[in-house]
Design a protein around this ligand. Structure first.
Ligand code: SF4
Length: 409
């Protein structure tokens, strides 16, 4: 199959699966079509945000942004914990005022994921954020005033080797570029990005990553493709203002999916008008659907049909919701509606359920282990998930002990 055909087929399959009912995904065949030989990743420089590497051969990471008032450190830390539990690798917080910047150290002390400060216009906030120990900055150097201010920020960032993300947004392009290109365009976004890059490079800084976001997936796809041939800095991908989960999931999957399928993209953020945990869940599903993320939860559910013996839609939703707190567990869970195709899929999973007449058969690694009334399926399955998680933990503990060097008597 030619690469172009593969790409087209995969996107078609991808779009079919990413419906508003994202909870009912079946692992798409796209993941199979994209073998390592088909998808060549764009070669980029590597930068480091705290303990997390971005670019080069580092795994593609998932980012999100808190929706709390950053001045409220307690609420912000709580949301960051929720994001981390959902599988978020990097978190960004808005820093619109000095009081928010001054809370960053307090927040940083209580979290494990790298913290990025999102700053606009005011270079002093960037300096405070760096003093407070953030792991990354998002700011556009062309928007923070005179060159001496940029140099001051670059000096403080380079002393700590803190990367700066240049975040170009189609909705806030410079006036002259809007005039030159008669409105927001991919060309204008790329030109804006190159301007900001040049400012940082002229100041002697190259710890950079770049995003070129638009609410129109086609525009952002074009912009990233164009810039990919001009620079080798890592890319943060995103469709901005994507909307509610129903629409935003589709737009993000199209925009991010198309680029990732071409090997473009080093870290991703799905922007949704929803709880940020939902953004992380969708981002992880996009990576999983493309075979770019293997670890963590894989959740499979059949779409249901006239053969379903149980209320599959309600069952799948209930299980998916309860599985959210197991997002980082390496487990494959299948929820199937009937005994026709159900047992096969359920058997392939670590844990699965196949509906029967008013009952559910619970499978574990291919074996039927329980038969329960429909009303008890969710509880029974979750009980098995807890046992599975405990077994995994014990296995990991045992292998860590085995790996430790033996002490001589
Ligand atoms: Fe229908 Fe059964 Fe397939 Fe679900 S598993 S879609 S209920 S045939």
């Amino acid at each position: 199959m030619r690469r172009e055909d593969t790409r087209r087929l995969s996107l078609f399959s991808f779009a079919l699966h990413l419906t508003p009912y994202a909870s009912l995904f079946i692992d798409p065949p796209a993941a199979v079509l994209y073998s390592d030989t088909v998808m060549e990743r764009r070669k980029t420089k590597q930068i480091q945000l705290g303990k997390v590497k971005v670019g080069g051969d580092a795994p593609i990471t998932v980012q999100s942004m808190t929706k709390t008032d950053t001045r409220d450190a307690r609420a912000t830390v709580q949301q960051i914990w929720d994001l981390e539990a959902a599988g978020c690798d990097i978190v960004r917080v808005a820093v619109p005022v000095r009081e928010a910047a001054e809370q960053l150290g307090e927040i940083k002390k209580k979290i494990r994921v790298p913290l990025i400060a999102d700053i606009h216009f005011n270079y002093k906030l960037a300096l405070i954020a760096l003093e407070q120990g953030v792991d990354g900055l998002r700011l556009n150097p062309g928007n923070i005033g005179a060159r001496k201010y940029v140099e001051e920020v670059v000096k403080a960032a380079s002393e700590r080797r803190i990367p700066i993300r240049i975040g170009v947004n189609a909705g806030s392009l410079e006036k002259d570029l809007l005039q030159k290109y008669s409105g927001p365009t991919a060309e204008g976004m790329v030109e804006s990005g190159l301007r900001h890059i040049r400012i940082l490079e002229d100041a002697g800084y190259q710890e950079i990553k770049i995003s070129l976001k638009a609410s129109n997936p086609l525009m952002m796809i074009e912009a990233y493709r164009m810039l990919a041939s001009k620079v080798d800095y890592p890319f943060h991908l995103g469709v901005t203002e994507a909307g509610t989960p129903a629409v935003g999931t589709i737009k993000s999957a199209i925009g991010l999916g198309a680029l990732l399928a071409e090997g473009i993209g080093d870290t991703i953020r799905v922007s949704l008008a929803a709880d940020p945990v939902e953004e992380v869940r969708v981002a992880r599903e996009i990576l999983k659907a493309l075979g770019l993320k293997k670890e963590g939860l894989t959740f499979v559910a059949c779409p249901s049909c006239g053969r379903a013996d149980v209320d599959l839609v309600a069952l799948a939703k209930a299980v998916e919701e309860k599985m959210l707190s197991y997002s980082n567990l390496n487990i494959h869970v299948a929820v199937m509606g009937c005994e026709v195709n159900g047992p096969g899929e359920a058997r392939a999973a670590d844990l699965g359920v196949a509906g029967g007449k008013g009952i559910g058969l619970i499978f574990k690694r291919g074996e039927v282990i329980r038969k329960v009334p429909e009303a008890q399926i969710v509880d029974a399955l979750m009980e098995e998930v807890r046992k599975f998680a405990a077994e995994k933990e014990a296995e990991e503990r045992a292998s860590t002990i085995e790996d430790q060097p033996h002490r001589s008597a």
